[in-house]
Design a protein around this ligand. Structure first.
Ligand code: FES
Length: 198
């Protein structure tokens, strides 16, 4: 672990080592997830205050600065979460494309409300702001993966597979490639064929 910490800090130029606060928070969260999964599964990643304090010491910065970063971004969890953290985007493009139905499907299927965890510790549900995949709205992030172009039905299918610890197909649930138009390319068609993206 010390080696990883050193390598992350070394990515930043002399005098800017405090910028490593974000990757170090991420590292702490992943460490909690993997140790929790071994000791008391199912278990998700979160950042205890002791870890934030240790990061402040390592980077020589006030503890409050670390708390500020950790509490600002939805990628950091400051309380325990389930093995699968479902972050549903509820910002305007996703909302216009039906994020309410996705939230409803999650709540009904998992029998939990927003910011709650299932009794078996497997799933936590959360609403977040835009995750940058608006073109394939509505979408959710589950741990490190995006699931896009969702419907209530495909959302339930994804949850069903995760409940069995199987790996659902990530990305578009309608078979869209990347962020391409659903009907295929509408411009630069020759180039798209040459690049074998159609
Ligand atoms: S609005 Fe949902 S990903 Fe941008």
């Amino acid at each position: 672990m010390a080696k990883k910490v050193k390598a992350l800090i070394a990515r930043y130029p002399e005098g800017f080592q405090q910028s490593a606060v974000m990757p170090l928070l991420d590292l702490a969260q992943r460490q909690v997830a993997s140790e929790g999964a071994k000791a008391n599964p199912p278990y998700g990643g979160w950042i205890p205050r002791a870890a934030m304090d240790e990061i402040a010491v390592i980077l020589g910065m006030p503890k409050v600065k670390v708390y500020e970063v950790a509490s600002f971004y939805s990628m950091y969890n400051l309380a325990p979460v389930g093995k699968y953290l479902i972050q549903v985007c509820g910002t305007t493009p996703c909302w216009l494309c039906g994020s309410d139905k996705i939230i409803d499907a999650c709540e009904k299927h998992l029998k939990i409300g927003m910011n709650e965890t299932t009794k078996d510790g497997k799933f936590t549900l959360m609403e977040v702001e835009c995750l940058g995949a608006c073109v394939n709205a509505p979408m959710v992030q589950i741990n490190d993966d995006y699931y896009e172009d969702l419907t209530a039905e495909t959302m339930k299918e994804v949850l069903g597979l995760l409940a069995e610890d199987m790996k659902p197909q990530i990305g578009s649930q309608k078979g869209r490639r990347g962020s391409m138009a659903l009907g295929g390319p509408t411009t630069l068609e020759k180039e798209a064929k040459k690049a074998k993206v159609v």
